[in-house]
Design a binder for this molecule. Structure first.
Ligand SMILES: Nc1ncnc2c1ncn2[C@@H]1O[C@H](COP(=O)(O)OP(=O)(O)OP(=O)(O)O)[C@@H](O)[C@H]1O
Ligand SMILES: [Mg+2]
Length: 250
């Protein structure tokens, strides 16, 4: 579903991604951990082309992200084509970014109706079902300010799912939450994984990574230091840098 080949990204003279090679199979959950500034968010942003890579290639579902290949040459896609690619990828951030003037239901309905031009009646039904699925059926008429952080994040997940994505990217979805609200969001993500959604999850929740992740990637300073079965990486890391990081967070 996702393939990264020698992906490089720099901001000015600072190299933030130094040749990332990764693959995520359809239905797999890949968790990504690493110290602050190691390039985790930047990598996710490259996957849905919020950032342009400087070198290397990225594919999502067999499609080259942001470019079209003709013979040996790459041609940049137009903004409209990029937007179309991005539509198939759901992204959930640390900050929920819900529209404050819209109810939970309206937040979930917004993109399918406005961006995809889907029938509002049908979308309303689907949005209701999605809110049920994240345990918020009773809150569909509430505004973000009337919801807890955990509830807002679950609305944000429902909103991403409303676009029927083939891939979901999570960037520290629980790190802005009070500890007692983390579990409810992880539960929703666990269900999503069980239903076969392909996911890349940047997280500090090692328990989640071990239990739900099919693979665990440790990034440091713009490179993938180590990747493997989560339990293996967590219990017997092969690299000194991984050991040092884990000893701080476990
Ligand atoms: N738009 C930008 N312009 C310049 N530098 C940037 C930009 N975005 C990120 N960086 C730099 O790239 C590096 C990697 O940032 P990134 O946000 O990917 O790290 P991260 O692993 O997600 O960290 P954190 O755990 O703190 O979220 C950092 O040094 C950051 O300052
Ligand atoms: Mg980040």
């Amino acid at each position: 579903m996702v393939k990264a080949e020698r992906v490089c990204k720099r901001f000015g003279s600072v190299e933030v991604l130094k040749g990332i090679d990764l693959e995520v199979q359809s239905g797999e959950v890949m968790c990504v951990v690493g110290p602050s500034g190691s390039g985790k968010s930047t990598f996710l942003r490259c996957v849905n082309h919020l950032e342009k890579v400087n070198a290397g290639r990225l594919w999502v579902d067999g499609q080259l992200v942001g470019y079209r290949q003709k013979g040996d040459k790459l041609y940049e896609l137009r903004e409209k084509e990029v937007a179309a690619q991005r539509r198939d990828i759901g992204m959930v951030f640390q900050r929920f970014n819900l529209f404050p003037h819209m109810t939970a239901l309206e937040n979930v309905m917004e993109a399918p109706v406005r961006v995809k031009g889907e029938n509002a009646k049908e979308v309303r039904i689907r949005a209701g079902e999605l809110l049920d699925r994240v345990g918020l059926g009773a809150k569909s008429g509430s505004y973000p300010a009337q919801l807890s952080g955990g509830q807002q994040q679950r609305v944000a997940i429902a909103r991403a799912l409303a676009m029927k994505p083939k891939l979901m990217l999570f960037d520290e979805p629980t790190s802005a939450l009070d500890p007692e609200l983390v579990g409810e969001v992880l539960d929703v993500m666990r269900d999503l994984a069980r239903d076969g959604m392909t996911m890349i999850v940047v997280t500090h929740e090692m328990g989640f990574a071990r239990e739900v992740g099919d693979s665990l990637v440790f990034m440091d300073d713009g490179v993938v230091v180590e990747k493997g079965v989560p339990l293996d990486v967590l219990t017997s890391p092969q690299h000194q840098r991984t050991k040092a990081f884990l000893s701080k967070v476990l």
